[in-house]
Write a protein that binds this ligand. Structure first.
Ligand SMILES: [Zn+2]
Length: 150
């Protein structure tokens, strides 16, 4: 820890309507890892928290460091971390199914054949886990810093 900094880390969530009940177990695991087991790596807390991941991304701020964003991915529910619409352009609900390739996931509607392609987000790497598992995978990457108008 940098003793001149006001904090060693700050963790926050990107969901505007955060349901805090989805964060309890995750926050407990983060604090157990850091203060009981003395493990400084945030990555180890994520793999078992797909319910939180389906609800919100996680952002970690550290002094004098790039902000890190953790994002949950799932081939059929959040391809490469992209949010997919619940409704297709034809009006069908949850009618999309994925066709999966290593760097491309195509979501295709089973009613109208409409399809949308998704590619991995630049700068994100997968955390340890089982890629392609039904529980999904967390990825870590840079958090885009918003630019303020001058
Ligand atoms: Zn459709």
């Amino acid at each position: 820890m940098n003793h001149r900094a006001c904090f060693s880390w700050i963790l926050t969530f990107t969901q505007r309507n955060l349901q805090t009940s989805t964060t309890h177990k995750f926050l407990l695991d983060v604090h157990m890892n850091r203060y009981i087991h003395l493990k400084q790596n945030f990555d180890i807390a994520f793999p078992e928290h797909q319910i939180l991941g389906a609800h919100s991304n996680v952002v970690v701020f550290r002094p004098q460091s790039v902000m890190t964003q953790y994002m949950w991915t799932h081939p059929g529910l959040r391809p490469f971390g992209h949010h997919i619409p619940i409704q297709c352009v034809c009006g069908a609900l949850r009618s999309q199914s994925p066709k999966i390739a290593p760097t491309l996931i195509t979501m295709k509607c089973s009613w109208c054949e409409h399809s949308v392609e998704y590619t991995p987000m630049e700068g994100f790497v997968a955390l340890k886990g089982k890629p392609g598992s039904s529980a999904g995978t967390w990825v870590r990457g840079p958090f885009p810093v918003p630019t303020l108008p001058l």
